[in-house]
Design a protein around this ligand. Structure first.
Ligand SMILES: [Zn+2]
Length: 113
C-alpha cells in the first residue's frame, strides 16, 4: 500500500499518510492545523540512481525503513529482485504496471475499482 507525502497549504507542514482507498485522500486533514487543503508531494529526492542500480543495491532480506516504503520508486522492487534471481521474465505488462504504480498510483486504483 502506498504511503503518500502531503504538504498542507494552510501551515506548510509536511506529513505522510498511508492511503488504502482513494476516498481517504479526500478526508485528509492536516495533523498540525487541521486544515483540509493540501497537495501531494511527488518525491523531492533526485533521481540519481538508475533502475538497474536500485535493483542491484536492493537487499530483499534487509529490514526496510518507512522511508523506503514511502519512496514510490521502490514499489515492486522486491518482486523484481526475486524474479531476477530466479531468472524469471516478468514481462512487459508487469513493468508497465509498476511504472504506473510509481508515477500515477491513482490510475491503477481506478482500474481495480
Ligand atoms: Zn496545516
Amino acid at each position: 500500500m502506498p504511503i503518500y507525502e502531503y504538504q498542507c497549504l494552510g501551515c506548510d507542514c509536511e506529513f505522510q499518510k498511508l492511503i488504502l482507498k482513494k476516498e481517504e485522500e479526500k478526508e485528509l486533514t492536516c495533523p498540525k492545523c487541521g486544515g483540509r487543503d493540501m497537495k501531494r508531494i511527488i518525491s523531492k529526492v533526485a533521481y540519481h540512481l538508475s533502475e538497474g542500480d536500485r535493483l542491484s543495491s536492493f537487499d530483499p532480506r534487509a529490514r526496510q525503513t518507512d522511508s523506503f516504503y514511502s519512496d514510490t520508486r521502490n514499489i515492486g522492487l522486491s518482486a523484481q529482485k526475486k524474479a531476477q534471481e530466479m531468472g524469471v521474465d516478468l514481462g512487459k505488462g508487469f513493468s508497465e504496471k509498476l511504472e504506473r504504480l510509481r508515477t500515477d498510483p491513482g490510475s491503477v486504483f481506478k482500474e481495480n475499482e
